[in-house]
Design a protein around this ligand. Sequence first.
Ligand code: ZN
Length: 319
Amino acid sequence: MNVRVNRGPFVRGLMTLSMLCMLFVLAGCGSEDNEAGAKEGKIKITATIGMISDIVREIGGEHVEVTGLMGPGVDPHLYKASQGDIRKLDQADIVFYNGLHLEGKMTDILEKMGAKKTVVAVSEDIDKSKLRSGKDTGGTEYDPHIWFDVKLWMQASQKVVDTLKESDPDHADDYTLNGEAYLAQLTALDQEVRESINEIPEATRVLVTAHDAFGYYGEAYNIKVMGLQGISTAAEYGSKDVSVLRDFLIDNKIKAVFVESSIPPKSMEAIIAGALEKGHQVRIGGELYSDAMGAEGSESDHYIGMIRHNTKVIAEALK
Ligand code: ZN
């Protein structure tokens, strides 16, 4: 049976109107869900290394939700992004990374992301003349370990302040204030490190580590630095490097070398054994945090704590 209902144009108009109203209600519901999902309007930020996550938390405060990709003990030179990491990068409003080829195996992914959203290298605004060359130690054009000169890391922190202000102008005043407070702490830290290292007698002021992460530290705080491996742990080292470093320890009567939390200690153990064979005793002066911070809850689970820990371990072992 076919019942034809003939509705006049007025009724048809009313029906269309009510359907439109329903659509608006549905759309309204949808947008409420989205707001709840974005955690009360917090900016979602994904950062590569822990030291950058730390800056973003300090400066972003209550306005940001930070996801870090590389945890304690992770070597950024060798790190490859997992599927989960790509999801974290995809979901972020802003991505921060170090740059200068530190995250060597992630460069393509980060560059591709940069076409879709704000992807910022914190090293971007640093005057290239302030950067160390990475070439003479078999690395890339520039040495990426800029966090080891606190003054350079202050510039990286300023880059985070500037980016957040630009992306979220409603809270610009908060980012400015947080930035000023954090930079004041870093100025004090820079002075503290300089004083501690100065207390080490000049003859023994030599920092021997597994890879060349401490070049900026050496230049900024006046301590000679020797690394077994180059600027990047992706470069191989050979028996010649081991014997050169071993002879350096013997010739300069160096009593302590340091292992790094993000690099297996076996390379330094080989050097210690080599020196001992030739009658020179060297010990491990302690573990330094080079390219990753310490475990959560430790004194080195944030940037300032990491630099303080390293400085204390170095000063105590070499004094
Ligand atoms: Zn490194």
